[in-house]
Design a protein around this ligand. Sequence first.
Ligand code: C2O
Length: 338
Amino acid sequence: QFGFPARSKPVSTDPNICLNLMTELKCCPDWSSKKIVNFKLQPQSSPLRVRRPAHALDAEAAQKYERATALMRALPDNHPWNFVQQANIHCAYCSGNLRQLGLNISLEIHGSWHFFTWHRAYLYFYERILGKLLNDPSFALPFWNWDDPSGMSIPAIYRDNSSSLSNPTRYPIGLKFIDLGGCEGNNTVESLPMQRQCNLQLMHRQFIAGFNSSSLFYGSPYRAGDNSFPGGGAIESLPHSPVHLFTSSDMSILTRAAQDPIFFAHHANIDRLWAIWESIPGNGSKVFNNDKDFLEASFLFWDENKQLVRIMVRDVIDTAKLGYVYEQVPLQWMNLRT
Ligand code: C2O
């Protein structure tokens, strides 16, 4: 017409095309021909799920989580709740395999404003499936509290190789102190205080970098027809990526990352940082709340009733409406002077 760009639209997942581009990892979910239901927020009849720090779980909660994950692993290979099937959903959304609805272009959930939103929805369903397997509607995923000195190594529940929560292929990092990004010391008693301080300063910098700007925090807009990775937010680059690399093995490869159960604790902490950012007065209104291409983007997941569900970003903005909250723990980095 007169050179106007086409009307913009939100990205949406095509259930019928998935390409298995990588031969060594065929992670396409079996979605075609399945009936899709639109997501509806559940009425708040069940108790709020409270997500707690993984290193501070009591023995009973840790056992429950371990048992639920073991049950998930024991399901038939093609069951939508099977652990590998669940991990494959993450892979499908970051391997270029899935397509945007109606467009022959890949749907990628990293490196844009959908980084926080997609992972929140993914964890939401994953947590509810575990709860269903336990028959416990209050079951909550733990978070890896790596932004606090007490959580700056692999939490014990993920370190026991006989546990369903472990991943024996990880490099044996044991109690090694984490590097959130350029903070690696030699892990001696003398270097730990410096590493700790460096991690806290990095947390402060990255969080404050996105303090006044939605796109610095969330990442750049990503609309239907856009190419992948228009630009990630501050937290996605640091400390999100270094924590993946620190964990090693599956966690260090995007398409395999969710094969390590610690992935879900890592991303619960990422999700928690988003919830903290949202709770800061003024920030709620900085959510791209006038942008339909943000709010109406939609993704597909298996839910806890084995239904294939289409969920929109507007449904995941408020964790309490999704039925969960994070236990409040100290934020040593928040008011740090640097
Ligand atoms: Cu979807 Cu931390 O990666």
